[in-house]
Ligand binder design. Structure first.
Ligand SMILES: Nc1ncnc2c1ncn2[C@@H]1O[C@H](COP(=O)(O)OP(=O)(O)OP(=O)(O)O)[C@@H](O)[C@H]1O
Ligand SMILES: [Mg+2]
Length: 309
């Protein structure tokens, strides 16, 4: 396998919690390879489409994974390209909310052209079908996307990302969409243990280490943050680490001659204070609420299918 592709896949696999994503991508790569071999032997091969749907909440690593996948696909020659660096082009629905349908379609075409040989990443794809653009523009833009995805199948991988329920809506919007996105990759919310691993990864990247009390405090803090609406997963971790690094600098700056170890270590004094603290009582009440919900679900299932083991 090409070195650059290998490096991109290794990086993907080394990110905490991304192992499953890497495996799914490797399957697509193997499928492409075998299809090519079959075709060269005169055998039938399913038409290959590398377009993907990414579902997941904010900060679960969708954009990060999309960039690495683009690099791997281009390096492997799965996308026709004559460029050294594969392009990574993002489209947001705000880019195509023109009062004139023609203008919106032209913008989409330009974005596809720009992404030739790489990834076109459509963030919050459902926004194209919901809200302000749900009139004519939305339909026309989606029809244009469907057409371009087909025409440029060999040159571009389109990745449409968004929350799971919303992506269902998006796929239902146009009958051509579902079949053109044969692969869906789900990016689940991270557990606290994954988030702590992500923190460790981010620290290594920045040449810092976490003291044991810092890690304990971080785990408790992340458990608390996870309960808040709009929790930002890995992005929240990154923010906490970067704030800690700034606080550590202020603390270490007071020392006369900080040692190398002191320059590197994040301690419990560097943890930024939490905003809008959720009280312990509130957290327990929420856990109780989700337990009750789960119990009700089990009871419903038992009524329908009999007792569960
Ligand atoms: N598994 C991971 N390990 C380490 N860092 C990660 C991981 N996932 C995400 N990150 C980091 O967290 C931040 C947010 O990730 P990213 O932008 O890829 O998330 P996203 O799912 O695209 O979020 P959004 O839905 O808000 O666009 C980035 O700085 C990224 O480097
Ligand atoms: Mg993103």
């Amino acid at each position: 396998m090409d070195d650059r592709a290998k490096a991109a896949l290794e990086k993907l696999g080394s990110l905490p919690g991304m192992f499953v994503v890497k495996e799914q991508v490797e399957q697509m790569i193997q499928f492409a390879k075998i299809s090519k071999l079959r075709t060269s032997q005169g055998l039938k091969a399913l038409p290959q489409s590398n377009h993907m749907i990414f579902t997941g909440n904010p900060g679960t690593g969708k954009t990060t994974a999309a960039r690495l996948i683009g690099e791997a696909f281009t390096a492997l020659g799965m996308l026709k390209s004559d460029q050294e660096e594969p392009p990574f082009v993002e489209v947001h629905h705000a880019d195509v909310t023109h009062p004139h349908v023609g203008q919106a379609e032209r913008t989409i075409k330009a974005k596809f052209k720009e992404a030739r040989g790489g990834v076109l990443f459509i963030d919050e794809a459902y926004a194209f079908v919901a809200g302000e653009t749900s009139h004519m523009t939305g339909d026309k833009v989606i029809a244009a996307i469907v057409q371009l995805m087909e025409d440029m199948r060999d040159e571009i991988v389109v990745i449409a990302a968004g929350y799971p329920q919303n992506m269902e809506e998006f796929l239902n919007e146009n009958p051509g969409l579902r079949s053109r996105f044969p692969t869906t990759i789900n990016f689940p919310d991270y557990e606290v243990s994954d988030l702590v691993q992500i923190a460790a990864y981010l620290c290594v990247e920045r040449e810092y280490t976490m003291s044991k009390p810092y890690v304990d405090m971080l785990a408790a803090r992340l458990l608390e943050e996870k309960q808040k609406p709009g929790f930002g997963n890995a992005r929240t971790v990154r923010n906490i680490i970067e704030q800690s690094i700034r606080r550590q600098a202020a603390r270490v700056a007071q020392m006369a001659a900080p040692s190398r170890a002191e320059l590197v270590l994040l301690t419990e004094f560097d943890m930024p204070p939490s905003e809008n603290r959720v009280t312990e009582k509130e957290m327990l009440l929420r856990s109780l609420g989700s337990l009750q919900e789960r119990l009700r679900e089990i009871e419903r299932r038992e009524i329908l299918f009999g007792p569960m083991n």
